[in-house]
Design a protein around this ligand. Structure first.
Ligand SMILES: [Zn+2]
Ligand SMILES: [Zn+2]
Length: 407
């Protein structure tokens, strides 16, 4: 049966085969696919794993920014396919940052689309995410609340340029944009390169990411803040500075603005705020779901503000929706297993934890069972029955076969 769940990453499983998308730990021994270079998605490159995949641009960005990548991942290309048994993984544009991908996982039972972080266009550096007809849609909902409505990119660009040139540079101050080093930073460089003659200075992380964009043909002009030209420009005050969100900046003549999707709910609080986002906003998310026509929507990412997103999907689009959790989700409503399947599953559990008295870690048992084609939920049901009958005992995360129970 086709099933998806969260377990260290997003696990898509079909009859004991599967893939794990954007894992943050090595919880399942399936081939790994990394959607893009942002740290919360590319953690897999920081631990050893057997088989990993990413686009070349993603690998270059990760290496340029973190300086290391523990593996030599296999290269994916947008539009390309990788076959793993009965499962085929197709790589599609996500429109988020350079090299960002969505993954379409095709199985004999249906199509799963995992968006990763995605954006629906109206940008200076990226093309909008591709829309795919799918059965199960696993969607990133960072900005899945009606409070998030992002302005047209051209209007935002004009606002940013006006603030920098008319309000700040004219006073002899330097406008500073604090933003994501990968994605938004290159968008701001492009805006200032195209709309103004104001030179752009970048701090180290932004420079490194922008150098990779340049390698892939993006026509960006900027000076690193530590280079001779950069130092000179900062002294003259006639430039715009682009820094990562966390960078510590000192200087009386600096005027700081935040450029981020979050700015749309922080307007006017501290420094200047510009709602520049490389994610879909609320209306964008609903429109995307409608076009993909899924049978079920599983949401990920987001905080307190976006908790109600699945309910919006149900109410406005009439599509079954819920947050993706550790529990396995299938295309069908959970029908209890038929008796022969239950018996097969129980027998498989017993042969997996076959040494009486020996302690097995539950997570390992679940992954072994998955390799034999039993979903997480089926194994859980079988474990409950075996516990009831005294055949196994479970303490915390450990499973033990009882010798007495077997008699
Ligand atoms: Zn991202
Ligand atoms: Zn993310």
């Amino acid at each position: 049966m086709l099933s998806v769940r969260r377990q260290g990453g997003v696990v898509v499983e079909y009859m004991g085969q599967g893939v794990i998308l954007d894992p943050s730990s090595t919880s399942v021994e399936y081939p790994v696919f990394v959607s893009h270079a942002h740290g919360d998605h590319s953690a897999a490159f920081r631990f050893p794993c057997t088989s990993s995949h990413a686009t070349e641009e993603t690998i270059r960005l990760v290496k340029a920014l973190s300086g290391r990548c523990l593996q030599e991942p296999k290269r994916l290309t947008i539009g390309g396919k990788v076959r793993i048994g009965d499962v085929e993984v197709k790589t599609l544009n996500a429109g988020h940052i350079l090299g960002s991908a969505q993954f379409e996982v095709d199985t004999p039972e249906g199509i799963v689309l995992y968006t990763g972080d995605f954006s629906l266009g109206d940008s200076y550096t990226m093309k909008p995410a591709e829309i795919v007809r799918c059965d199960l849609l696993i969607i990133e909902t960072t900005f899945g609340s009606p409070v998030f409505s992002f302005p047209k990119r051209e209007q935002l660009a004009i606002d940013m340029v006006k603030w920098a040139t008319i309000e700040v540079v004219s006073k002899g101050h330097i406008p500073v944009f604090k933003t994501d080093s990968i994605g938004n930073a290159q968008e701001i460089i492009t805006i200032f390169n195209r709309l103004t003659r104001l030179p752009v200075v970048t701090v180290k992380g932004v420079t490194k990411a922008s150098d990779v964009y340049r390698e892939y043909g993006f026509n960006l002009e900027y000076f690193d803040s530590d280079s001779d030209e950069g130092v000179e420009l900062l002294e003259s005050g006639k430039c715009v500075l682009i820094a990562s969100k966390g960078s510590k900046l000192a200087g009386e003549n600096l005027e700081i603005a935040l450029a981020s999707g979050w700015a749309s709910i922080m307007r006017g609080k501290t420094s200047r705020q510009f709602p520049l986002s490389d994610h879909a906003d609320f209306r964008g998310l609903l429109g995307f779901i409608k076009s993909c026509k899924p049978k079920k929507v599983l949401t990920m990412h987001g905080g307190a503000l976006t908790r109600g997103f699945a309910d919006y999907v149900k109410a406005r689009l009439g599509i079954d929706a819920k947050p993706l959790t550790i529990r396995g989700e299938t295309l069908f409503r959970h029908a209890s297993m038929n008796e022969s399947r239950m018996k097969a599953c129980c027998d498989q559990v017993i042969s997996t934890v076959r040494i009486p008295g020996f302690v097995y870690v539950k997570r390992w048992v679940l992954s072994e069972m998955a390799k034999k084609g039993f979903s997480y939920r089926e194994t859980e049901d079988a474990l409950s029955r075996l516990i009831e009958r005294g055949i196994i005992s479970v303490e915390g995360s450990e499973i033990k076969l009882n010798i007495e129970g077997l008699k």
